[in-house]
Design a protein around this ligand. Structure first.
Ligand code: ADP
Length: 319
């Protein structure tokens, strides 16, 4: 193996730059040349490749977003798109690829391996933390800290104005962000996609205890009642209780990565390079406990990552 490539794809996440930097540095130390693919699978198909070196990745470790850009690429869902991408990789003499993204990105990577024999490993770059086979994903720690700061600020106005706020955090399919920030911010109720939200129970817990005049409720965006807006409307319809809604949205994706994210991203970048050198392919490089994990890409979407028991138990006890 002489030349490898790295790219970022799907939703961007803080820590991706630390990851790219680590791949470049680790590969250089192992005597490999590194190509950066610009713009995810779209760039792979179009042949937007550039050589990465120390200078290119210097002073990027503290930056959010991704210096390699990212994309959603409809053409990659088509076999023809993947044929063009595999041809580009071959034409550029690329022997192995590191794909940083979420389960969509891993679907594409799996197809590149099975259909074209491209040696490829995935690394978990998504703020949602919803990939089975790794305790944490790159970007998650920054996202929950960003959300917690915003929620603390909203609580100031909830307390001062005597209002009830429903604050929606990201997580279409998973309630990790909502549960973690719910505990960290002392929320009085947390609604997540994994469990059914009961408006009557919410009313009992919040309003009948007089907390509706000064509290925040955290809602994962995938909650089945329609996110924060849906719950707010249902509470008003059924009980005439007014509330404010705040949707944190994309602010959770950006910003300088936390130390935890930088270290995780760096570790997984170095481990991904070594994994390619050791002959791994079609696996995600994650972290379980203190160890690097090697999980078949397919497992990251066929297996649902459970909410850790301690998080649910703590939430039941304290929230
Ligand atoms: P994420 O990687 O963050 O989950 P997406 O779901 O948007 O983000 O996926 C990123 C890209 O991966 C898509 O735009 C598409 O190009 C590619 N992709 C996703 N699913 C598949 C699939 N089933 N087959 C081939 N490529 C896919």
């Amino acid at each position: 193996m002489k030349r490898i490539a790295v790219f970022t794809s799907g939703g961007d996440a803080p820590g991706m730059n630390a990851h790219i930097r680590a791949v470049e540095r680790a590969a250089d130390k192992r005597g490999l040349e590194v190509i950066g693919i610009i713009g995810g699978y779209s760039g792979m198909i179009a042949g937007h490749f550039e050589i990465l070196d120390r200078a290119r990745t210097a002073n990027t470790i503290d930056r959010g977003g991704t210096i390699l850009k990212t994309s959603r690429c409809p053409d990659f869902f088509e076999p023809d798109g993947r044929i063009m991408a595999a041809e580009q990789l071959r034409a550029h003499g690329i022997d192995g690829v590191v794909a940083c993204g979420g389960d969509g990105t891993f679907h594409g990577a799996h197809a590149l391996w099975t259909e074209h024999g491209v040696r490829i490993v995935g690394t978990p770059g998504t703020i949602d933390n919803d990939l089975a086979g790794t305790d944490f994903t790159i970007g998650y720690d920054t996202a929950i800290n960003t959300a917690a700061q915003a929620i603390d600020k909203i609580r100031d106005t909830a307390e001062s104005h005597g209002r009830l706020f429903f604050i929606e955090v990201m997580g279409r399919h998973a309630g990790f962000i909502a549960l973690d920030v719910g505990i960290a911010c002392g929320a009085e109720y947390v609604a997540v996609p994994e469990t059914l939200t009961d408006i009557d129970e919410l009313y009992q817990r919040i309003v009948s205890q007089g907390l509706d005049k000064r509290t925040v409720v955290i809602v994962g965006e995938g909650d089945e009642l329609g996110g924060a807006l849906g719950i707010s409307q249902k509470l008003e319809e059924r009980y005439g209780v007014p509330s404010k809604v705040s949707i944190l949205g994309h602010v959770q994706r950006g910003g300088s990565p936390t130390v935890r994210d930088r270290v995780l991203a760096s570790r997984l970048g170095a481990a991904a390079v070594d994994a390619l050198l050791q002959g791994h392919t079609d696996v995600m490089i994650g972290q379980m406990g203190n160890d690097v994990s090697y999980v078949p890409l397919e497992q990251t979407w066929t297996e649902r990552k459970p909410i850790p028991a301690y998080l649910s138990e703590l939430s039941t006890l304290l929230v």
